[in-house]
Design a protein. Sequence first.
Length: 245
Amino acid sequence: MRALRIFLIVVVILGGLFVLVDRIAVHFAEGEAADKLRTTENLAATPDVSIKGFPFLTQVAGGSLDDIEVGIKNYEAATGNGAEKIRIDDLKADMKGVEFTGDYNSATASTATGTATIAYDELLKTAKSESAEVAPGVTARVVGLSDGGNGKIKVAVEATVLGAKLPEPVYVLSTVTVVDNKVKVHADNLPKFGRVEIAENRVREITDFQQAVDELPGGIKLDKVQAAKDGVDITVKGSNVKLAG
């Protein structure tokens, strides 16, 4: 019995040491991965990287990690319009089946899904900022975006009719969708500016707009989008997503 007790104590001690070493190793690996991702994606700040699954060391020995979560607070995405960028807030991606090379200089996830937010003030930059003529004597421009409820965006349109600025913006509810990796805002119903008749296509030149969101980390793409309290919530996905290399 004494020998069995000693054996069990040794097993517990060794198991504890293994867990300790495993957690130290995963903490070190998370830091190295975060630094590598910051360099690869040219990020302004170091991202959060969390390696899931236990034990970590056996995953490393097999050359593959089951699950890695990446968090980037602010990401400047390309817009397809020269040097212009659009800020993506709180980008969180879950990478599955991450294969890496022996020197850790290259890592690729078989699949990735994630979420992020584009603030309304960022999306507003896409709309026409200068007033444009939509009919003789009538000019208009989008001056605000907000949550319209039920997944809709409320678009505020400022208008001037025959030289007189309307006292309040005209509001219209719009549907937001993703088409070809672009966030598209499309008015459900067109705004009215007094009794003036305006062709639909002229009004939509103001109310409807789209924003490309390109060059997201690892080549992930937009999947879905929905209006929310502080901006539009987007989901992203991708396959064969490169984390490094």
